[in-house]
Write a protein that binds this ligand. Sequence first.
Ligand code: AHG
Ligand code: MN
Ligand code: MN
Length: 342
Amino acid sequence: MHDNRTTVTQFIIEEQRHIQGATGDFTSLLNDIVTACKVISNLVNHGALVGVLGSAGSENVQGETQKKLDVISNEIFLKSNEWAGHLAAMASEEMDEIYPIPNSYPRGKYLLTFDPLDGSSNIDVNVSVGTIFSILRCPGSGTHPTADAFLQPGVKQVAAGYALYGPSTMLVLTTGHGVNGFTLDQNIGEFILTHPNMTVPEETREFAINASNMRFWDKPVRRYVEECLEGKEGPRESDFNMRWIASMVAEVHRILTRGGIFMYPMDSKMRASGKEGKLRLMYEANPMGFIIEQAGGAATTGTQRIMEIAPKDLHQRVPVILGSKQEVVRVEQYYQEAGGDI
Ligand code: AHG
Ligand code: MN
Ligand code: MN
């Protein structure tokens, strides 16, 4: 039985064989990322036993309190990925500036962005968290990478993925040829292909949104959610279910498994404080948008496809509405119908 098991390494190597001019660099980079995710998974798993829970007593560039595991996971990603010569630089939610590969190592042709621990408010209460990553090509020679090198729209991503540290640890990956899911076999320390060709089910009656912000939402979002809540008796003629895990990785994974829509939309409170959204474009919205689109779903701000946004800033925030295509298109339609009246 074990003869048929495909490890993530084998899967990536076989996938790269179909790509002309592939040098093995990319395969090797993905392997280092996979290793980092295994190390983080192990720490998340051991939690309080290894003293990694709780606050780090610091803030990141976006003014959010950092958890110990935010900082540790960030360090693990840097150390796993800096030495092999595939990257020119890295950027992360937890670092103000980009991290050019130190001079003691060779620099390569790729850029890596990541959210080392997504949903970290969940960590102390033992609920699912994850890691999100995105790989871009470094424009130019890559010898002196700057933050500008990262400012590429999501359509330029070479690969994106996430690790979900849930009841089992999973890795979900796209290199632009569909989406595949792997489950970590703790006994042998390998991710095994368990969810080939993941697709977002089209038919869905489940939405995810933080309803505590309802009074601030844009009108089109209120309209969408209100219609869902009206159930069988309302215009949708169907009862809807609701979820909110506060971990985008876990929400996206649920949507890949059983469909649904996830929204962290623009709202009046953010507008008033000059914020352009909650989630970050470069290491949350773009990689998840890529994965969801590759699985047949859609990802939008309400008025623009996420992956077509031209980034202005490394830590830029955007509104995010993603999931089953028909539902996402419906929200977009509501934005169109509203015109400027939001
Ligand atoms: P992070 O832990 O990396 O800061 O991201 C948390 C994000 C996202 O995963 C989640 O969907 C959202 O923030 C939760 O926000 P609320 O606490 O406002 O619900
Ligand atoms: Mn996050
Ligand atoms: Mn995070």
